[in-house]
Design a protein around this ligand. Structure first.
Ligand code: NHW
Ligand code: EN5
Length: 388
């Protein structure tokens, strides 16, 4: 069934029920001297190309590859449209490895036809903090599909990760592979219902008119929580403390230090937005919320080319309720002209989704670990990890 995945150190469907297999690495590391020294062979017309994201021309090529060939919904109505600035942010966190930004070019035309990337992260599973690669942006040009190029890309990124003495990875996908640690649902909160209906992202509910729908999703003009403001550089230590304490509650979560928080959470326009609540009395930072910006191209619509979507990222509520905090996140997203606010049912998100008028989407997101077993898997609410 899975000619490639059956050969890999991942939970195999057939061991799902075996209670004797322990948590942790599926296979031990090999000595670095035994890691294959040269790249895996590609079909003769293609060559490996390590990407330099400082290079604006390369970044434009990568952007175009993904904008035309990356993930679509099940009815091919929308395609993720990660911006160049977002790709730079996603691919260059603290201590990133340039060798993990892996392109494939046509030898003759030099056209970029495939890509896969990894970035380093520390991810905790129960009480074990593990150095991992987060793998993302696997993409093969539509004209080169079903030729078994993806397994070559995956083997090559694995080799380059191994060269850094890292033996585990985390990744998500919309497709089922051996074997998810958990399966999450996407939820959507309409901010601009008229446009969402016009492009076919959502439908007018039964017995609903457009004007009733617009009224249903109306939001206040400004955040309601006193002390709610944008995160700044001076907040990094306080946000790191809040986030570390919160993420400790989950079975699988990133182990963020201040450098990670500065990179992943300090606001960058149209890439990542973060807000916090600073107590007007004590000036203590008590609550935090964030979202990232990932537009989708609208395929085949005469009126609109893109949907502006915010995706819930990391949120921590200690003084305000999570529901009120996320309501303020919806309000600022609406002010910034987003059309929809998306969230997964991870962490404690179930506590606000229905109340804040999110509805379940038709997409799922499966979470995977490579060479790391988590017995019986976990529930979405036990997962404290959001990948971009
Ligand atoms: S998920 C988004 C993936 N990208 C897209 O969906 C974009 C549109 N699709 C494409 O570009 C986020 C192609 O369809 C792709 C497959 C390239 C997806 N993950 O070349 P073949 C990520 O980026 C398996 C893993 O003929 P293709 C996460 C498939 O099951 N495997 O197919 C990426 C089959 O294997 P099997 C996937 O359609 C995580 C084989 O590929 C997959 O031309 C990567 C078929 O290959 C997917 N999303 O190209 C794993 N989709 O065994 C990282 C298909 O079933 C692992 N396949 O026969 C960790 C590595 C690091 C370890 C470090 C220690
Ligand atoms: C890893 N980083 O399917 C990424 N999106 O629900 C790779 N549906 O937008 C994995 N089909 O339900 C990506 N509207 C996996 C996801 C791929 C993209 C995807 C889904 C997630 C999505 C929308 C549009 C569906 C269009 C037809 C959807 C309903 C919204 C409605 C709003 C009002 C309240 C009820 C729900």
């Amino acid at each position: 069934r899975h000619k490639f995945w059956e050969t890999q150190p991942v939970g195999q469907f057939r061991d799902a029920a075996d209670p004797n297999l322990p948590d942790g690495a599926i296979e031990p590391p090999t000595p670095l001297s035994e890691v294959r020294a040269d790249p895996y062979p590609l079909p003769a017309a293609f060559e490996w190309y390590t990407c330099d994201l400082d290079d604006d021309a390369l970044l434009a090529d990568l952007y175009a590859l993904l904008a035309h060939n990356y993930v679509e919904d099940d009815e091919n109505m929308f395609r993720f449209n990660y911006s160049p600035a977002f790709l730079r942010w996603a691919l260059r966190p603290p201590s990133f490895f340039r060798a993990w930004h892996i392109g494939v070019r046509a030898k003759e035309s030099k056209k970029l036809v495939a890509f896969i990337s990894g970035v380093p992260a520390r991810i905790r599973a129960r009480d074990d903090v593990v150095r991992m690669a987060e793998i993302n942006f696997l993409c093969v040009h539509k004209k080169l599909r079903s030729k078994r190029l993806a397994p070559v890309l995956i083997r090559e990124v694995t080799r380059r990760v191994h060269q850094e003495n890292i033996w585990q990875a985390a990744y998500t996908a919309g497709v089922v592979l051996p074997t998810p640690i958990t399966t999450c649902r996407y939820w959507h909160r309409s901010l601009n219902p008229k446009k969402l209906i016009d492009v076919g992202f959502s439908r007018l509910g039964p017995r609903m008119t457009m004007s009733r729908t617009v009224r249903l999703y109306k939001l206040p003009d400004a955040p309601l929580t006193p002390g709610f403001r944008q995160m700044e550089l001076r907040d990094v230590a306080a946000v790191t403390r809040l986030l570390r304490a919160y993420l400790a509650k989950f079975v699988v979560a990133p182990d963020f230090d201040e450098l990670d928080v500065e990179h992943w959470l300090l606001p960058q326009e149209d890439v990542v937005d973060s807000y916090l609540v600073e107590s007007p009395e004590t000036h203590e930072v008590t609550d935090f919320c964030s979202f990232y910006t990932l537009p989708s191209s609208v395929l085949n619509n005469a009126n609109y080319a893109t949907l502006k979507a915010a995706y819930s990222y990391y949120n921590v509520a200690t003084k305000t309720t999570l529901q009120q905090l996320m309501n303020d996140a919806l309000i600022v997203a609406k002010q910034k002209n987003y059309d929809v606010f998306n969230a997964l049912d991870v962490m404690e998100n179930e506590s606000f989704l229905k109340e804040l008028k999110f509805g379940p989407g038709d997409g799922q997101l499966h979470y995977y670990l490579y060479n790391y077993r988590v017995r019986n898997g976990i529930k979405p609410s036990e997962l404290g990890l959001v990948l971009l």
